[in-house]
Design a protein around this ligand. Structure first.
Ligand SMILES: [Mg+2]
Length: 418
């Protein structure tokens, strides 16, 4: 067999590799009006009489109005004319009270520029002013908005812009500045197949997966919550070395009856959207883990209850039914969290570039920056500024939108399982 490719036939709709305009006459047919079943079928049925080929189709329905764009080859010479096609399409559209516009031209769509990214915007609400600012900033980086669609209307408005023509990092930096100024959350991820590939999501626990700081729950039982909260705040702001602060806080718990472990487990409140996030990720075949500067006495329970794949934390030492005020083994600190992310990724067989880390504290920063996508979740300003992206709405399931998963997909999956 010859290694050379057979020549393309003159009628072949194959776009050239370079994306250059072939010069083939094409017609852009745009239909707009009240949506109802059968419009798409009706348009193509009408066009079929002219034996044209379909080059591209885009359709959106917004509040009951359809915009349907069909790019087709012009009728071949020798048969019916372009004028005949125009007349037929307009007559069909008129009969359905739709507006039709037909624009002559040549070739396919302009090829999309190099460098493709997905920009997810979470607004609560999303204002016209914010949307204008984001679009202007994308344009200023040299990017072009190729497509826009809504991912979710609940619990926040989430829209995704497909952008080409500019680097993901450049776009991320430019939009991070914009997001902080206008009070919306913006995530920028590189487009491509890896977005659809299996992933590993690793979360911090205290004030991320759960609304509480576990050590403060223990401290309440020991009657030293004020002292502990003070040290926690300092550590989270990055003003204290995490390991020293951990030892100092755990020491305050010395002598506490071990039965409080069960009480604390019962007191833990999951963050809104946590179950939805984990359930959806698991259904998609993702692996999910937690790393915590808190305690295995709580994270092991969460792992079992939520069906997590990985969990790692510090372990409170318990001797003769009482907390000793010490932790056992190596401390999970800022560097430890990043190490655990690498280790989970290796065990899961997922490249680091396809990992997602979510956290709120300064001790999450190494982990957030090690992951392919680091999400600062309702984080302290120092963390927000250093992470790839920030989510500042109090719903953990909004992270799904950053991964391009729509609310409809989440609900459809829930419906299937019942
Ligand atoms: Mg935390």
């Amino acid at each position: 067999m010859s290694a050379s490719q057979p020549p393309l036939s003159p009628r072949s709709p194959q776009p050239p590799e370079s994306g250059e305009d072939t010069g083939t006459p094409t017609l852009l047919v745009k239909i707009f009006g009240k949506d109802r079943p059968g419009i798409t079928a009706g348009l193509f049925d009408t066009l079929a009489a002219y034996s044209v080929d379909v080059v591209d189709i885009e359709q959106v329905v917004t509040r009951g109005r359809i915009v349907l764009c069909a790019l087709v080859t012009a009728p071949a010479a020798g048969g019916a004319t372009e004028g005949d096609l125009r007349a037929t399409v307009h007559s069909w559209a008129d009969s359905l009270k739709l507006q039709a516009e037909i624009i002559s031209g040549t070739g396919d769509n302009r090829p999309r520029g190099d460098g493709r990214s997905h920009v997810t915007v979470l607004g609560n609400p999303l204002t016209a002013r914010s949307t204008a600012a984001i679009a202007a900033r994308i344009t200023a980086t040299g990017g072009n908005i190729d497509r826009v669609f809504r991912l979710a209307k609940y619990p926040v408005t989430a829209v995704e812009f497909a952008v080409s023509g500019t680097g993901t990092e450049e776009l991320r930096t430019a939009l991070a500045t914009e997001a902080a100024g206008i009070g919306v959350d913006i995530a920028v991820v590189s487009a491509g197949l890896s977005r659809r590939a299996q992933r590993l999501v690793v979360m911090d626990v205290d004030s991320t997966l759960i609304q509480d700081e576990v050590i403060e729950l223990f401290a309440a039982h020991a009657g030293c919550e004020d002292k502990v909260a003070e040290v926690t705040e300092q550590a989270m702001r990055g003003e204290l070395d995490f390991e020293q602060s951990l030892h100092a806080r755990v020491a305050l718990l010395a002598g506490l009856d071990a039965s409080v472990v069960d009480k604390v487990r019962a007191e833990v409140r999951l963050t809104p959207g946590a179950r939805t996030l984990i359930r959806t990720l698991k259904r998609l075949g993702y692996q999910v883990g937690v790393v915590s500067g808190g305690f295995t006495q709580v994270t092991d329970d969460l792992k079992e209850r939520l069906g997590l794949d990985f969990a790692s934390a510090n372990t409170l030492e318990i001797v003769d039914g009482r907390l000793t005020g010490r932790v056992v083994g190596d401390v999970v600190d800022r560097a430890g969290k990043a190490r655990l992310l690498r280790s989970f990724a290796e065990q899961a067989g997922v490249p680091l570039a396809q990992t997602v880390a979510i956290g709120d504290g300064a001790n999450d920063l190494d982990m957030l920056n090690t992951a392919g996508l680091g999400v600062a979740f309702n984080a302290k300003p120092v963390v927000r500024r250093a992470a790839h992206t920030a989510v500042n709405v109090p719903f953990l399931d909004t992270v799904l939108y950053l991964l391009g998963i729509t609310r409809e997909e989440v609900e459809a999956a829930d419906g299937l399982v019942g």
